[in-house]
Design a protein. Structure first.
Length: 558
């Protein structure tokens, strides 16, 4: 028997394994069929739902309609519409300055206070009160241009028009030490050019007020102006609007209330004399930010009751405490600045005093209202009238005075050269004296021990540097002989961004004539330059040491 080639016939009865295999296959087919039917049914149902959504009838839906503009009840918008066109944006450029030797002040003895200084104690963090709004930029900070060499410094601020002839009120710190000042009106387009050139009419550092002017020639319509209200009528709790250009965003309005009045801050100079005697502010919680400085604080009648001047902040942003110079002070200073002398003159009797004393002092010296004289200036009217330290001034021309502020406000407003009758107490006895009113500026110099209060006045030798932006020196005789020149001055430096720089007056050239007048030496050069003023055409005749022959360079002073 061949076993390998033999076959076994199939069994007639299937085994258990065969039955399992057959049922597994059947179950698999049933499962697949169920899934297929489910997928098919889901697709049909989804298609049915989508079709129903797309077929919804929206003919009954009503379109949205924008209503006509409605006037709101608070009236703010009407005030802004009325006064907004008179608010301007001010931007300044301060060109890099070369270091110059300024006269050194002689430091005087610190006085406890007086009619020339407040003498109030330092208020710590309130020094932030006078954080200027430019973050280290430009003249608005009151710096001396000690920034990066060769770079222009720019600053932004605000102002408001008070005369259609182009007179604008702003803060002194906005335009202080600026070489160029530009004003953008509310009608001027955003961006683009800086604006219209402005000229400083006068400034008062004591109140931080400045008056500038723009040329209104070429304007199609008269300038909008703002009216000054009576700041004495502003009450704590009254609504006010602050308008200006915070962060350069022109025509920005914020609302708040008058939160306090008659706020002051002591900011002594290095010699200890207060610089804020005449600064009594309206406090407001209307948002005031960098760039608002110089803008108006407006009441609900649309009148200016203050000028936004400073903020109390630790972050250079609004923290709900802003300060505005009252309109009554602004009006008084403005009227003096537009006068023939373009300066503010204040009266003084030449004393200093302690502004606040305890009630015990008053009881001891026999007075309830008045001022104890601390020091007497020898050249002042009080000294000449016989007043002495320790005297208690209690009245002015028969009117009882309340405190030192009352005395200062009265005396400073009087005309220099006039006479006032003071009532005073000495050793318990009442006396009177006729006291002559002097010029506070001169009295201040005597108190501080300085020869002058203005250390920023340009020296004659710097006339060309301030006006033209150049410094000059003598021309070496050998160069004059080589070029066959009778005289002249050589440009030794040109300040970047200055007038000379803009007209391409180069360093090293020799100036032989200015506006057809011969320049023979430094003296003749200074005499010519000292007479130049804004808007003058200036033409130089110059010669280059390496290239004989005249070259004519000119331009119009800004």
């Amino acid at each position: 028997m061949d076993i390998l080639n033999s076959t076994t016939p199939p069994s007639k009865n299937p085994t258990l394994l065969d039955r399992i295999r057959s049922r597994r296959l059947t179950a698999t087919f049933l499962l697949l069929a169920t899934f297929s039917v489910g997928i098919l049914a889901g697709s049909v149902l989804t298609h049915s739902v989508s079709g129903k959504e797309q077929s919804v009838d929206t003919s009954d839906a009503k379109p949205l309609v924008i209503p006509s503009p409605a006037a709101l009840s608070n009236g703010f918008s009407q005030i802004v519409k009325q006064v907004g066109p008179a608010v301007v944006n001010i931007n300044t450029e301060s060109l890099p300055k070369q270091s110059a030797n300024k006269p050194t002040r002689r430091r005087g003895q610190r006085a406890p206070g007086g009619d020339d200084q407040s003498g109030q104690p330092n208020q710590g963090d309130m020094q932030d009160f006078f954080n200027r709004f430019f973050g280290g930029q430009g003249g608005g900070d009151g710096d001396d241009g000690d920034g990066p060499a060769g770079s222009e410094r720019r600053a932004l601020g605000s102002g408001f028009i008070v005369d259609p002839r182009g007179y604008i009120i702003t803060n002194n710190h906005v335009v202080d030490k600026a070489d160029k000042i530009f004003v953008k009106l509310s009608t001027d387009p955003e961006g683009g050019e800086n604006g219209r050139p402005a000229t400083v009419i006068g400034v008062d550092k004591d109140t931080d007020i400045a008056v500038i002017k723009i040329d209104v020639g070429g304007l199609k319509e008269p300038l909008h102006t703002m009216k000054l209200g009576n700041s004495d009528g502003a009450l704590v709790g009254d609504w006010v609007l602050a308008i200006g250009s915070p962060f350069g965003l022109s025509q920005t309005v914020s609302a708040g209330i008058v939160s306090a009045k008659n706020r002051s801050i002591d900011e002594p100079s290095p010699n200890g004399v207060s610089q804020s005697q005449f600064q009594r502010f309206i406090q407001t919680d209307a948002a005031i930010n960098p760039g608002n400085s110089g803008g108006p604080l407006v009441d609900m009648a649309g009148n200016v009751v203050g000028m936004n001047t400073a903020i109390y902040t630790q972050s250079m942003g609004s923290q709900g405490v802003g300060f505005a110079m009252p309109s009554n002070i602004i009006a008084s200073v403005y009227n003096m600045l537009i006068g023939p002398d373009h300066k503010v003159t204040r009266g003084s009797i030449g004393i200093s005093f302690q502004p606040a004393v305890s009630s015990a002092v008053g009881r001891m010296y026999g007075f309830t209202n008045g001022v104890i004289v601390a020091t007497i200036t020898p050249s002042g009217g009080a000294a000449k009238a016989g007043l002495q330290p320790g005297d208690v001034i209690v009245s002015i021309d028969g009117r009882e005075i309340k405190d030192g502020d009352d005395l200062v406000n009265d005396i400073s407003a009087r005309k220099v050269g006039s006479t006032v009758k003071l009532g005073y107490i000495r050793s318990g006895n009442k006396n009177t004296a006729n006291v002559a009113i002097g010029d506070r500026a001169k009295t201040y110099a005597d108190i501080t021990g300085s020869e002058t209060d203005d250390t920023d006045s340009p020296k004659e030798a710097d006339a060309g540097q301030n006006t033209l932006g150049i410094t000059v020196g003598a021309v070496p005789p050998a160069v004059l002989k080589k070029l066959n020149l009778p005289g002249g001055v050589m440009v030794s430096s040109v300040r970047p961004g200055s007038f000379a720089d803009e007209i391409n007056l180069g360093k090293g050239v020799i100036i032989t004539a200015i506006n057809k007048v011969q320049v023979t030496d430094e003296a003749s050069y200074k005499a010519i330059v000292s007479k130049l003023k804004s808007k003058d055409d200036v033409v130089f005749v110059v010669t280059a040491p390496t290239r004989p022959g005249n070259t004519y360079v000119g331009g119009t002073l800004p």
